[in-house]
Design a protein around this ligand. Structure first.
Ligand code: CTP
Ligand code: CA
Length: 224
């Protein structure tokens, strides 16, 4: 459909995408996770592949599936696995889009046996996970780097802060305040902020449409 001139706009481009939640183990049967469905990342992968890109989709545990000859799925479980896989593929990527809801904290120690309910309270000590997106910003060369920001207060300010701090080209602000936007829904209400401070606000749309807006923005930026 986008092959109007006989050449898809992202042909020859490699796009790295992260999707879904991460699960951080507490003991052999329990984990810390979140409600991310993975839907946004999978839609971005489809939109990129439909425009001819070779896609590496690194995903945490989800119920999503996709079959496309240009999409290579790499399943991971926790933030460290995702970090390792992302770094294997970043060097050769032209674009990286990090939409995963990576856990910010993980248990400092993983119990080797199932924790028993022997006391009335249980305290888990957590430590920060590595910020995958920030780590890519630090070593960025030719890549066009896209992050997401999930905010509930001071949305624009916080998103701009993440864009600068993590050395991104573009950030997609996701408002959890808006009804119909967020983790489990099929729709999203987003704002794009690029590193020239161009701000584009979108209406509530399906995640497939948000994905195609994002891919179109990237096409216009990397062509320019
Ligand atoms: N991200 C990441 N690795 C992490 C945490 C976040 O790659 N360990 C990425 C997300 O995929 C997203 C972006 O960083 O693209 C912003 O995630 P978000 O949770 O909104 O922001 P944080 O930087 O984690 O800060 P906070 O949760 O405190 O707002
Ligand atoms: Ca976070």
């Amino acid at each position: 459909e986008n092959d109007i001139l006989g050449k898809l706009p992202l042909k020859g481009k490699k796009i790295l995408i992260t999707a879904g939640p991460t699960y951080e183990a507490i003991d052999p049967v329990r984990y810390i996770g979140n409600h991310s469905s993975g839907k946004m990342g999978f839609e971005i992968a489809k939109a990129a592949a439909n425009n001819g890109a070779e896609v590496i989709l690194i995903t945490g545990p989800t119920h999503q599936s996709v079959t496309h000859n240009l999409i290579n799925i790499i399943p991971v479980v926790n933030a460290q696995h995702m970090y390792d896989e992302v770094h294997k593929h970043y060097e050769s990527a032209h674009v990286a889009i990090l939409s995963a809801a990576v856990a910010d904290f993980k248990p400092k120690e993983v119990a080797t046996q199932k924790i028993k309910k022997k006391s009335d309270t249980l305290t888990l000590e957590l430590e920060k996970t590595k910020d995958i997106l920030a780590s890519l910003g630090e070593i960025k060369k030719h890549q066009y780097l896209v992050g997401f920001a999930l905010e509930t207060t001071n949305e624009l300010e916080n998103a701009k802060g993440k864009l600068k701090r993590k050395n991104l080209n573009l950030i997609v602000l996701n408002s959890l305040n808006d009804k119909g936007a967020g983790f489990k829904t099929d729709t999203n209400k987003v704002t794009f902020i690029d590193n020239e401070e161009v701000i584009t606000k979108f209406q509530l749309k399906s995640k497939a449409e948000v994905a195609s807006d994002l891919i179109n923005k990237i096409i216009s930026e990397i062509d320019a």
